[in-house]
Design a protein around this ligand. Structure first.
Ligand SMILES: [Ca+2]
Ligand SMILES: [Ca+2]
Ligand SMILES: [Ca+2]
Ligand SMILES: [Ca+2]
Length: 433
């Protein structure tokens, strides 16, 4: 049984780290030697874009493995990664966000979800066996409505910590790891509830900061970390359009070693990627570039899609342009400061959340996306040059529109989100195998 009696939550107020520890149930895993601390996984952001996709010839410098587009759904001939039947874990309510962190100190990333439920908000912990097996571990009550959860080593001790955004009233709950599955809890009040959170270094020092999307999606604000697990509200930056949490990312678009903001939003009938310059002090002000990428903004991802530059962008939109009906993934390959080459691929859709992970371990990031209506999870193999092959879809009901990939010896795809009371755990298989 999970015992949460020791869980301590300070009410919103100055962060108190003197609270008692929160312990995960003892398990053999706790006694295994810890591996070296791993760096905080960050798939942040990105950038933006170029030309109207339809008018933009593919100009990626390296040749693609295949000619343009093609992707329209299931295929039995592909050899890339496929998803098996999902296992379902009841959450008692919808999860609003998930984060991967080594909760028990065994060197394997575990899962923490921020969820709603009959008993109120909670952080729900699952221990990961490294093979895709998830064991429910603990449910830590959050005395407010959780809105987002992120993981990072916020006090620089080599242990993964968690931050949970909350509303009613707005606050940031911090769970600092003490090792062996124990956490110290604290909270700090915010002026505006965060609809989503990102972990990044935005003010030039070595400690991790947070970027929060204001409820309503019209502005971001920086929450500057002090390296000890406490936060100070930084600058507020208005966004060029109302932005969904899945449609914002951080990339260094102008290559000045400072992260910039990339957002995908709707402007009139266009979906536009806007790159906004970061000033290195936590403010994002000057528009660097604005690109129409189609119609119907869905999601924006930043990652090394072609080569090792790391600042390419992938925008998911409902259609390439007026009169077009198929959802499109617009890939923007970063060729230099503010230089992008665009190419589009048809994808199954419409899509909700998306993430990038090398599911088949061939060294190239693959796109994992959830249908906006929670009816499917799609896997689109990437070729490492900005190209994508045919999508493979696993359909089921009530999946939720959020996806995460749990890495380990076997990558595992997780689907959850509003509209679903469950966590769905998909094994990754080889198609046709
Ligand atoms: Ca672990
Ligand atoms: Ca830590
Ligand atoms: Ca920059
Ligand atoms: Ca791959």
């Amino acid at each position: 049984m999970i015992d949460t009696r020791d869980v301590v939550h300070a009410p919103p107020g100055p962060l108190s780290l003197a609270a008692r520890g929160v312990s995960l149930p003892a398990a053999a895993a706790f006694r295994r030697p810890m591996s070296a601390p791993r760096s905080v996984p960050r798939v942040l952001g990105l950038g933006l874009l170029l030309c109207d996709l339809l008018a933009c010839a593919p100009t990626i410098r390296t040749p693609l493995k295949q000619a343009l587009p093609s992707v329209t759904g299931d295929s039995s001939t592909a050899t890339g990664p496929c998803l098996g039947e999902p296992a379902r874990i009841d959450l008692g309510g919808p999860a609003v966000g998930g984060a991967l962190a080594d909760l028990d100190g065994d060197g394997v990333k575990d899962l923490a979800l921020a969820a709603l439920g009959p008993g109120g908000g909670a952080a729900v912990f699952f221990r990961h066996d490294g093979q895709g097996g998830l064991e429910p571990s603990m449910r830590v009550p959050i005395p407010q409505t959780p809105t987002a959860i992120v993981a990072g080593d916020f006090n620089n001790d080599g242990l993964d910590d968690l931050v949970i955004g909350a509303a009613d009233p707005p606050a940031l709950h911090v769970l600092l790891a003490r090792g062996r599955g124990e956490f110290i809890a604290g909270a700090t009040p915010l002026r505006v509830a965060p609809e989503a959170l990102w972990v990044a270094r935005v003010d030039g020092d070595e400690s991790l900061d947070l970027l929060a999307l204001d409820a309503g999606g019209k502005a971001v604000r920086t929450l500057l970390g002090d390296g000890h697990g406490e936060w100070k509200e930084g600058k507020r930056s208005a966004l060029p359009a109302r932005v969904q949490p899945a449609a914002l990312t951080l990339v260094d678009a102008d290559r000045d070693q400072i992260l910039d903001l990339a957002v995908l939003g709707d402007s009139r009938s266009d979906a536009v990627v806007t790159l906004v310059r970061g000033d290195g002090r936590g403010e994002f002000g000057k528009t660097l570039q604005r690109r129409v990428v189609g119609r119907g903004a869905r999601a924006l991802l930043g990652a090394p899609l072609a080569g090792d530059d790391g600042h390419d962008l992938l925008a998911l939109v409902d259609a390439a342009g007026p009169g077009a009906g198929s959802p499109v993934a617009a890939v923007l390959v970063h060729n230099g400061p503010l230089e992008y080459a665009a190419v589009g691929y048809f994808v199954p859709g419409p899509l909700g959340d998306a993430t990038l992970s090398d599911l088949d371990r061939d060294g190239d990031l693959d796109l994992v996306s959830a249908a906006a209506d929670g009816s499917a999870v799609h896997v689109v193999p990437g070729d490492g040059r900005g190209g994508f092959a045919q999508a493979q879809s696993r359909r089921a009901t009530g999946l939720g529109a959020a996806v995460l990939v749990l890495d380990g010896n076997r990558p595992t795809v997780l689907a959850f989100g509003p509209g679903s009371q469950q966590l769905h755990v998909f094994p990754v298989t080889r198609c046709g195998g």
